[in-house]
Every structure is written in structure tokens, then in C-alpha cells.
Design a protein around this ligand. Structure first.
Ligand code: NAD
Length: 358
């Protein structure tokens, strides 16, 4: 992405996992201003932005996207050319326990952000207006669960099955409606499961790493056969930057690297890397893996066909899965302090997502 020095990019959810990776990239790769809008929920941490938060181009707005007045003020103040909307409640297990927050943030919050973006976009000059983009960052989970074959494409019908994916699906529909009805230059992206540094240690890959290191049970839901299509977070960031510079307004881009893996295989692969990088006198980490009660409504398989994104945006994932997983494990070994800070007082090691079962 090559915005001019006058440009402002606004990133909602920029203190989270993917948002912070995007902000790090933006700060290092162009000379415009980068404004993070984030309410710092349990999932958002300024510690994830420590390397960039003192940069002169960085600004932080401590704002909840469900606060319409504050969000409107942000957009009036900064008048961004590019908006990356990532702020969301993002953990499926938490959505099972507490769906209300997902409806509030992901649906109502997105509506509020769209309205504020529309208000700011309408009052900029025609030339500048034509260069604006609102990139709504979403997930492949909106398409539901696949059988053993096939992959999601831009035309796959929506069939979300968890409170998380249903709330994201609703937000995708709102974003597209604000384009078709009001002309807001929206682009929607649907990406597969991300992994990499700074992911909160309540998501699968860091849970495996942290549980193994603490010699707790390494939990694998159900039979461990569920398949996810993994993408290294910096490859997602590359794709988002390509969307910002070359994406067509009104389009949808699916982002994925065709790295399908069963959960049990991921857990074993991580334990094998740990056995090598931090061998334990107490035995192989693989022996700590246990199958635990399945997630209610657990989707079986996700897979992305990213042909359109590859062809139209000339995007390719730059990282091989094995190397990126190893790098990720090494990052968690080197950053135990970050993990302790972001999990302080949180439910590390506790089971989430079974709270409302009859
Ligand atoms: P995350 O949970 O790590 O970060 C979410 C960020 O949003 C946090 O910084 C949090 O403080 C902020 N936030 C939450 N509620 C807010 C509110 N009401 N107001 C302001 N800020 C708020 O999430 P992530 O994994 O980085 O995901 C970012 C986006 O990408 C989400 O929209 C998610 O649906 C989407 N996505 C994630 C993945 C994945 O594998 N993680 C894959 C595809 C798409």
C-alpha cells in the first residue's frame, strides 16, 4: 500500500492480534498517519503496539465502537482515506457463553462505524472521495461448515452457525448494504484462521503452546478431526494492504493459503517443535494432549479458494506453514512476559464455551 504523506489510515481493533500486525506494517511501510481506534477489551493491549506507539505517525483513540458520538468525533477529527475495520469480539467459545456482547460490538458497533465513515466520506471533496476505501475485515466462518470436499468462494451462500459467525455475517451484510445503498466505498474480506505472534493465549495455537509449556493438559476438542485452513498473520496483512491499494470497491476478497490441517495434527506438530526447542526432563509434550468435550455446534471444516484474490490482486502468501508455525512457537517462547501481562487475571487454562449448556 502506498498512500501519500497526506493520507490517514484508521484501524479499528488495532490493539488486537491482527490489527496490531497491520499497524506495525503500516507504520513501517508508509509515511501517512495511522490512527488506532480501540476500547482495549480483554483482547486489546497497548503492549502489542509497544514497538510503534511512540512513532510520530501513530495516534491512539481509546474509543468503544458502540459509542456513536465518540466514533463520529474520531471520523470527523481524522477524516481517514482508508479504514480497516477489525474491531470485534472474535472468540467463538466466548460467543457461546456471552452472545450479547457479540451482537453489541459486531453488529451494532459495525453499524455505528459505517454511519460515522459515511458521514465523514460525504463531506470530503470529490477527488479525494474517489480514493477512499472502507475495508471490512471478516471471517470465512460466515459460510458455515464444509464437508470433506470443496472450498468457500466469493459466491458461497452465508450459513453461519455460532453466535460469533452469525454476528460477523450480519456485519458483512451491513457493510455491503452501506455500499449499495449509500455508495460508501466498501470492500469485504473473508479470511481463514490466522496464527502468529501476539495472538491472545486463549486461541487454539497459543493455548497448545502455553498449556504444553506449563505441563497442563493440552486440550483438543472432540475427536480432533476438525479442519481449519491456516494463514500466517503477516500474509493476511499483506493481503489487506493489497486490497487497500488495488482492491475494487464493492468486491469481496477471500483470503487463505490452502493450509488445511486437523486440530490434532496441529497440536502434535507444536508439541514436536517444543520437544526440539525446549526439551523437558518430564517427557515429550505430546503426552500431554487430551481429547476434551467438544465445542457445541463445532464446525467441521473450513477451506478457502483464494483464486480471485491471487489473480486480481497478485497476492500470494509469502510464508510456508511449517516455517511460520515454528517461528510462532519461537515467538511465544521468547515472549512469555507479554503472555503473562495480557492474560493477567484472565481465564488462562480454564475451559470457555460450555457455560450455557442445558
Ligand atoms: P482480537 O480479539 O485479537 O482483537 C479484537 C480487537 O478489537 C481488540 O483490540 C479489542 O480491544 C477490540 N475491540 C473489541 N470490541 C471493541 C469495541 N466495542 N470497541 C472498540 N474496540 C473493540 O481479534 P483478531 O483475531 O485480531 O481479529 C480481528 C478481526 O479479524 C475481527 O473482526 C475478526 O472477526 C477478523 N478475523 C479474525 C480471524 C482470526 O483467525 N483471528 C480470521 C478472519 C477474520
Amino acid at each position: 500500500m502506498t498512500p501519500s504523506h497526506r493520507d490517514t489510515v484508521l484501524v479499528t481493533g488495532g490493539a488486537g492480534f491482527i490489527g496490531s500486525a497491520l499497524v506495525r506494517r503500516l507504520i513501517e511501510s508508509f509515511d501517512g498517519r495511522v490512527v488506532v481506534v480501540d476500547s482495549l477489551t480483554y483482547a486489546g493491549h497497548l503492549e502489542s503496539l509497544e514497538g510503534v506507539s511512540r512513532h510520530p505517525n501513530f495516534a491512539f483513540e481509546h474509543v468503544d465502537i458502540t459509542d456513536a458520538k465518540a466514533v463520529r468525533t474520531c471520523f470527523e477529527t481524522w477524516s481517514p482515506r482508508i479504514v480497516f475495520h477489525l474491531a470485534a469480539e472474535s472468540h467463538v467459545d466466548r460467543s457461546i457463553d456471552s452472545p450479547a456482547t457479540f451482537v453489541e460490538t459486531n453488529i451494532v458497533g459495525t453499524y455505528i462505524v459505517l454511519e460515522a465513515a459515511l458521514g465523514a466520506w460525504r463531506i470530503v471533496g470529490t477527488d479525494r472521495r474517489a480514493r477512499c476505501k472502507f475495508i471490512h475485515v471478516s471471517t470465512d466462518e460466515v459460510f458455515g461448515s464444509l464437508g470433506p470436499r470443496g472450498a468457500f468462494t466469493e459466491t458461497t451462500a452465508y450459513a453461519p452457525r455460532s453466535p460469533y459467525s452469525a454476528s460477523k455475517a450480519a456485519s458483512d451484510h451491513l457493510a455491503r448494504a452501506w455500499h449499495h445503498t449509500y455508495g460508501l466505498p466498501v470492500i469485504v474480506t473473508n479470511c481463514s484462521n490466522n496464527f502468529g505472534p501476539y495472538q491472545l493465549p486463549e486461541k487454539f495455537i497459543p493455548v497448545v503452546i502455553r498449556s504444553a509449556l506449563s505441563r497442563r493438559v493440552v486440550p483438543v476438542y472432540g475427536t480432533g478431526e476438525n479442519i481449519r485452513d491456516w494463514l500466517y498473520v503477516n500474509d493476511h496483512v499483506d493481503a489487506l494492504c493489497r486490497v487497500a491499494s488495488a482492491g475494487e470497491v464493492g468486491q469481496t476478497y477471500l483470503i487463505g493459503a490452502s493450509n488445511e490441517r486437523r486440530n490434532i495434527d496441529i497440536a502434535r506438530e507444536i508439541c514436536a517443535i517444543l520437544d526440539e526447542l525446549r526439551p523437558s526432563a518430564d517427557g515429550s509434550y505430546i503426552d500431554l494432549i487430551e481429547y476434551v468435550e467438544d465445542r457445541p455446534g463445532h464446525d467441521m471444516r473450513y477451506a478457502i479458494d483464494a483464486t480471485v484474490t491471487r489473480d486480481e490482486l497478485d497476492w500470494r502468501p509469502a510464508h510456508g506453514f511449517a516455517d511460520a508455525l515454528r517461528e510462532t512457537v519461537s515467538w511465544y517462547l521468547a515472549n512469555e512476559e507479554w503472555c503473562s501481562v495480557v492474560m493477567a487475571g484472565g481465564p488462562e487454562g480454564e475451559r470457555l464455551g460450555t457455560g450455557r449448556q442445558a
